[in-house]
Write a protein that binds this ligand. Structure first.
Ligand code: C5P
Length: 222
């Protein structure tokens, strides 16, 4: 595939989603929110009453996921699962937690691999997730790894959840984030870690614009 790809990986709340949207908009490229796919598998599994221990059933759900991502005003994607708008429901902290559980299942990851690669269409793709640079797009044009302190990430998550009309407390979010990081970093398959050739950017003290400029600058001067 000829399309250039910028991968943006990092832990929960590092700013991946926001930065990816801005970078994709600046370049007029496509976007892949890979976390949404794992959230959708978890959501569909819960909806169908499928146990997270039933790996074959989970992989089946992942393979047959009937989902469309529809661009909305402001660059936000509307996520439609089997005809139902689930954009809000998959954003909850519990959906994130559930996603990180199904994401540890190797057959689920394998089932989603080609689906993710198919997003790499001209003029280019910004792919956000945990293993975009390490596993899904190992030959990406530019690889970014975003980090930020757990405290800063929890603050951002709190704001994000409030913007979506969802409730949470800062203390609860800090511990949720630490728990999710530990699960994502210590799992056997595709653990969260920077690719060897990734540029690490600590976003704790940077504005959105500063991070976006940095990424665009790295792309232009690669
Ligand atoms: O990025 P987001 O918070 O939406 O991701 C939800 C969960 O999905 C993560 O905690 C992680 O366990 C999983 N995930 C993954 N690989 C990706 C993207 C997300 O394992 N590429």
């Amino acid at each position: 595939n000829e399309a250039p790809v910028i991968t943006i990986d990092g832990p929960a709340g590092s700013g991946k989603g926001t930065i990816s949207q801005h970078v994709a908009k600046k370049l007029s490229w496509h976007i892949l929110d890979s976390g949404a796919l794992y959230r959708l598998v978890a959501y569909a599994a819960l909806d169908k009453g499928c146990s997270f221990g039933d790996h074959d059933a989970l992989a089946d759900i992942a393979r047959n996921l009937d989902v469309s991502f529809l661009p909305q005003q402001g660059g936000v994607l509307k996520v439609v699962l089997e005809g139902t708008d689930v954009s809000q429901s998959i954003r909850s902290e519990s959906a994130g937690e559930a996603a990180s559980k199904v994401a540890a299942v190797i057959s689920v990851r394998e089932a989603l691999l080609e689906r993710q690669r198919a997003f790499a269409e001209p003029p280019g793709l910004v792919a956000d997730g945990r293993d975009m640079g390490t596993v899904v797009f190992p030959n990406a044009t530019l690889k970014i790894y975003l980090t930020a302190s757990a405290e800063v990430r929890a603050q951002r998550r709190l704001k994000q959840l409030k913007d979506h009309g969802l409730n949470a407390t800062l203390a609860g979010l800090v511990s949720d984030i630490q728990e999710r990081d530990a699960r994502d970093m210590n799992r056997e398959h595709s653990p969260l870690r920077p690719a060897a050739d990734a540029h690490t950017v600590d976003t704790s003290n940077l504005s959105i614009d500063e991070v976006v400029s940095k990424v665009i600058g790295l792309y232009e001067n690669r």
